[in-house]
Design a protein around this ligand. Structure first.
Ligand code: SAH
Ligand code: SF4
Ligand code: F3S
Length: 442
């Protein structure tokens, strides 16, 4: 291969933070082989789409995107286009039929083979690398991250749960934890590189388990927070069944662990939770919330919720609304159910809530949650919060955007501050999604 454009790549990342972390691995693997990051998609010799399959509309987005880059490929025959991540792993070789422009497929456990896939694709083959490898945690590869303030550190891959609606076990394979030592050494690197915040991630992060080191997630979180005492530490996503009093106490005790827990509930109805195979009742979920609130005063909570799952009756929907009203989450990711072929729900349940009704229920959920968030955010007006400045605000270079320990977004007057600064901000206004304010002068 000649040097120049052919040796440059551009990654477009869709989906969750797991994919963001994987894009940093992909970048490292390709850079080791002499490839460099292209300044723009147009100037790249290789375009990689790191894809998400979690809901039907996530797949639609990729299809739209592929249509757009198909035209680029007509203009530049040497352009190589690869699909990585969850769609190829889920739809396997069939993914190639999404677009004639696709040159190769790489599943989430196969990124070490990317240089070989690219070479084979240039030779005219349409190679695919879709094997699961339960030993793969990409140990020994130093991720090349975007951004300089907040670092994502994966601590596990895959998921052993079988939530009935979910493709992730199919796209990511069996759960495996990164060795404790390798997490700690990544944390040390991130601290040495000057990052101010670390987010430990996994599909089910609190089921972390390293048998050799004798470490569960509570012990890991404790060790990470001690290794990086000046750095904010967050984690996501937690499963309710794996929230323990031990874990909650560590969050409360360690000053640099952010007092925010994202705890997906999915439905407010025990009947629906059972059908979803979530492994707990709504009472058990409420008990976990009560435990968390009793041990961590001022904790903020957020959740995920699905409207219109198979067999959901109006009373189940009302139970979801009631849960939101009584728990009063700070924020929520809200979805209507979309059936995913091959999952337990698609094989054994009937997707019987019509689309119009799913959307109506979702809208009720969104309206209620927005009013709760707006209420909670209003209450913050007049208080002073500590904000880690992350970027310039999208609206004005005279303002910075950052987050509170509770993960609330704050836009504030920049004055002399820079991204990376911890700033005490007096809150002067609020919407349902953002707080606004100015640095406090004492
Ligand atoms: N591992 C995480 C997140 C998984 S995917 C967890 O267990 O919480 C993120 C969210 O997408 C899920 O929490 C769920 O609310 C939503 N989701 C997953 N599959 C879905 C589907 N088929 N239809 C609608 N929403 C879905
Ligand atoms: Fe999907 Fe459930 Fe695993 Fe989360 S815990 S990734 S929702 S199967
Ligand atoms: Fe999507 Fe894969 Fe994440 S399906 S949500 S990118 S694990």
């Amino acid at each position: 291969m000649t040097a120049g454009k052919g040796k440059t790549f551009y990654i477009h990342t869709f989906g969750c933070q797991m994919n963001q972390a994987d894009s940093a691995i992909i970048t490292a693997v390709l850079q080791q082989e002499g490839y460099t990051v292209a300044e723009s998609e147009e100037s790249a010799g290789i375009i990689l789409l790191n894809t998400c399959a979690v809901r039907e509309n996530a797949v639609d987005r990729i299809e739209n995107y592929l249509q757009r880059i198909q035209g680029m490929k007509k203009r530049d025959k040497r352009l190589v286009i690869g699909l990585a991540g969850c769609i190829p792993q889920y739809q396997r070789e069939e993914t190639l039929t999404l677009s004639p422009a696709i040159d190769f497929l790489a599943g989430p456990d196969s990124y070490r083979t990317l240089p070989a896939l690219i070479e084979q694709a240039r030779g005219g083959a349409k190679p695919t690398s879709l094997e699961f490898n339960v030993a793969e945690t990409y140990e020994g590869i130093d991720p090349v991250r975007l951004g300089l303030i907040s670092a994502i550190v994966p601590v596990m891959r895959g998921c052993n749960n079988r939530c009935a609606y979910c493709v992730v076990p199919f796209t990511r394979g069996r759960e495996r934890s990164h060795p404790f030592r390798s997490v700690i050494s990544e944390v040390q690197q991130v601290v040495a590189a000057g990052y101010r915040e670390i987010t430990l991630i996994g599909q089910n992060v609190n089921s972390y388990h390293d048998p050799e080191a004798g470490m569960n997630f509570a012990a890991l979180l404790d060790a990470v927070s001690r290794e990086a005492p000046q750095t904010r530490v967050r984690f996501t996503t937690s499963h309710p069944k794996d929230i323990s009093a031990e874990l909650v106490r560590i969050i409360a005790d360690r000053p640099n662990i952010c007092n925010h827990i994202h705890l997906p509930v999915q439905s407010g109805s025990t009947v629906v939770l059972g059908r979803m195979n979530r492994g707990h009742t709504i009472e058990e979920y409420r008990e976990k919330i009560a435990l968390i609130r009793s041990i961590i005063p001022g904790v903020t909570l957020s959740t995920d919720i699905i409207a219109g799952f198979c067999g959901e009756r109006e009373e189940d929907h009302q139970a979801s609304l009631e849960l939101l009203s009584s728990v009063r989450f700070d924020s929520a990711y809200m979805f209507f159910y979309s059936t995913r072929p091959g999952t337990l729900a698609a094989r054994t349940l009937v997707d019987d809530v019509v689309e119009e009704e799913k959307k109506r229920r979702l809208q009720e959920i969104i309206d209620l949650q927005n009013s709760i968030s707006a209420d909670l955010f209003q209450q913050a007006i007049g208080s002073v919060v500590e904000v880690l400045a992350e970027t310039e605000s999208r609206r004005s270079t005279g303002q910075l955007m950052g987050r509170t320990v509770g993960n609330r977004a704050v836009v504030f007057d920049r004055e002399s501050h820079q991204p990376g600064d911890l700033v005490r901000v007096l809150i002067t206004a609020a919407t349902s999604a953002t707080l606004t304010g100015r640095p406090e002068h004492r």
